[in-house]
Design a protein around this ligand. Structure first.
Ligand code: CA
Length: 647
């Protein structure tokens, strides 16, 4: 009797306190978002194909001018539709058609100040953000924290990467998004340092679907966010940067002019991994922030530093690597750190001219510092103020440099987002492309900034040189990137290492664990419009000629990208099209060979080139025939690779 009474009371309470206030579905009606008000707090749920993907998950934010996460009253909801087409030469796909249904819900808080929450729902992607009007004469606020969260069903497992601690790692340069991943582990785990997990994060909702969480449209007007530790019952919330980043300087919240909007938080959902690999949501909901000052040329680059290290940062070795780029038909050389001391400004002008004489253009390295890390590598103090930057960039333009690699940022605060944006904007004025290293995840930047061409934000090739852990797990991480990090943004990995030992001597030391074909496959698997490849001059003669020929022809821009096969952590096969040529690339992280019947309808009935490892892991190139129905059998060896190229 007592229990029954309690149940009746609970049901009664629930019915008055919980109200579904609005809902929005994708154009194909499979993906649904429902907005709820539970005891005056806003929540949302996500349903895909009639299965619960996110349970009631919190919404709202708190500003210094009022709380918009509690004591809210629903005012009204407006629906709409977006249909937009655009082209973008430097992401996974060149022509994009984005269609979404939209829902904007207006709430007022206890002060009668209002906030809008807007959802855009396309067939496999949800983007949502908060839109704040001016409140009377209040035209500025600071967003102090968000209630925004994602509550996964209990059966969900995670593929997520820990946020690094502030002012840690090399020369106090972290966080820089360079840690490992959980692999199919239960929800609810705390990170090692309590700082949570970076965007993007991949979640598998048992057999009900896959979810990729990220954010986009983050620029100088907000901080970058990340995911909390796993909280009770599968909840992850949006967290602002640790205040200790950047030596404790700069605020962790976001300063906003009113009216103002937050970045978009994105949720990509599918019953399989196709929508995850193929999503363009980071780019669909943002627009270019300025016109390109010129048409930027993407391409491939050599760089000596990755294998020959600091000792190669001298005139002679840079000439050697310019000659290597020229021999390979690569468009660029990246001249890395220490050039200011070891080559000098005067001779750099000559070196750029020499490169030009060999039909090679130059990317130059810069330290982003500033006053927020101890990295000793120069040039210093050239990128951190507008005055120094413009003077330097004017010189760079005069001597014909085409791009910069700016390194060591170490923070997600709004303070740092301003620096990223200011560097990009100034660089465009001087015709310079920008690559960031030691940095945050790009959040829609490929579309927002016309001269932006990629970020590291991954445990990249340098760690293969420095760390046994990275070498041992190279294949494992490679099977994650197409589904996680590289699914939402360009990834400047700096790979394709063909030395057996990852040093200049190539005889002893850091032994590569993966095969040559694995390495070649990453040239396709990893997407960045300018790729710094880790080839060395000896590779011209000490690997089979067909490997070098492959590197001479492999493109860095793609018209289409599609998921073919794979499971994160085990193996991955994706296909990319450049013009009329398809490249299908696969890697295997498992202890045993994987035998696959690939379905490649776009290559049906065609003769193709098949690069693979034989059972002794030696590289082979053969002609293969794709059957009439598009089927082709391939074997990918342990820590090996596979590439199919159409003729
Ligand atoms: Ca790095």
């Amino acid at each position: 009797m007592k229990t029954l009474l309690l149940t009746v009371i609970c049901l009664f309470t629930l019915s008055v306190a919980t109200a579904q206030i609005a809902q929005v579905s994708s154009p194909n009606d499979k993906l649904k978002v429902e907005l709820l008000l539970v005891q005056s707090k806003p929540f949302y749920t996500v349903i895909y194909d009639n299965k619960t993907i996110l349970e009631a998950s919190p919404l709202g934010l708190t500003t210094n001018e009022g709380d918009f996460s509690n004591n809210l009253t629903f005012v009204n909801a407006k629906s709409g539709h977006i249909d937009k087409s655009y082209s973008q030469a430097k992401i996974k796909k060149s022509q994009i058609h984005y269609q979404a249904n939209t829902l904007t819900c207006t709430f007022v808080n206890s002060n009668n100040d209002s906030i809008d929450i807007t959802f855009q729902v396309s067939n496999n992607d949800i983007a949502f953000r908060y839109e704040l009007p001016a409140w009377g004469n209040t035209r500025a606020c600071v967003v102090e924290r968000e209630a925004t969260g994602y509550k996964f069903p209990v059966q969900t497992t995670t593929f997520i990467s820990e946020m690094m601690s502030p002012m840690n790692a090399f020369a106090r340069t972290s966080p820089s998004y360079e840690t490992g991943y959980t692999n199919d582990e239960p929800v609810g785990k705390a990170s090692g340092n309590g700082d949570g997990y970076v965007f993007p994060g991949l979640f598998r909702v048992g057999d009900d679907g896959w979810v990729l969480l990220s954010e986009t449209g983050v620029r100088s007007l907000y901080c970058a966010s990340h995911l909390s530790d796993g909280k009770e019952e599968g909840l992850y919330t949006v967290e602002f940067p640790n205040v200790k980043q950047n030596n404790g300087f700069g605020s962790t919240g976001a300063q906003m002019a009113l009216p103002g909007v937050t970045p978009w938080r994105t949720i990509t959902v599918g019953s399989n991994l196709t929508p995850i690999v193929e999503t363009t949501i980071p780019f669909d909901v943002v627009d270019p922030l300025y016109e390109p000052s010129q048409e930027y040329q993407y391409g491939r680059s050599t760089w000596s530093w990755i294998v020959w290290m600091d000792g190669s940062m001298n005139w002679n070795d840079q000439v050697t690597y310019i000659d290597l780029a020229s021999e390979l038909g690569f468009e660029y050389i990246l001249i890395d750190a220490l050039w200011d001391d070891n080559i000098g400004y005067e001779r750099m002008k000559e070196l750029v001219a020499y490169a030009k004489s060999k039909n090679v253009d130059v990317f130059l390295w810069y330290n982003s510092n500033g006053g927020f890390n101890d990295a000793p590598q120069g040039p210093h103090n050239k990128m951190n103020t507008s005055i120094a930057r413009k003077k330097e960039m004017k010189w760079l333009q005069e001597i014909g440099v085409k791009g910069l690699k700016v390194d060591f940022f170490g923070g997600d605060k709004q303070e740092t987002m301003r620096l990223y944006e200011d560097i990009l904007s100034d660089a465009n004025d001087y015709g310079l492309m920008i690559v960031f290293h030691g940095c945050t995840l790009p959040r829609g930047w490929e579309r927002m900034y016309p001269n932006y061409v990629g970020s590291e934000a991954v445990l990249a090739s340098e760690m293969l040189i420095f760390s046994d852990y990275a070498r041992d797990n190279e294949a494992f991480f490679a099977t994650l990137h197409p589904f996680i990090r590289n699914a939402v943004g360009s990834m400047e990995f700096g790979g394709v290492l063909l030395n057996k030992y990852l040093n200049k001597g190539n005889k002893v030391g850091q032994e590569r664990q993966t095969t040559d074909i694995f390495q070649l496959a990453t040239a396709v698997l990893y997407q960045n419009p300018v790729q710094m490849f880790a080839l060395t001059p000896n590779n011209l003669t000490d690997v089979p000629a067909f490997e070098i020929d492959f590197m001479k022809e492999v493109p860095t821009t793609w018209d289409e990208t599609i998921y073919i096969d794979g499971t994160p952590g085990k193996y991955a096969v994706i296909a990319r099209r450049h013009g009329n040529t398809w490249y299908v690339a696969g890697v295997n992280a498992q202890e045993t060979a994987v035998k696959l019947k690939l379905n490649l309808p776009m290559l049906a009935n065609q003769k193709v080139r098949l690069y693979s490892d034989d059972n002794k892991l030696n590289p082979t190139l053969k002609e293969a025939q794709v059957k009439k129905d598009g089927a082709v059998d391939v074997i990918i060896q342990p820590k090996g690779g596979m590439i199919i190229v159409s003729n």
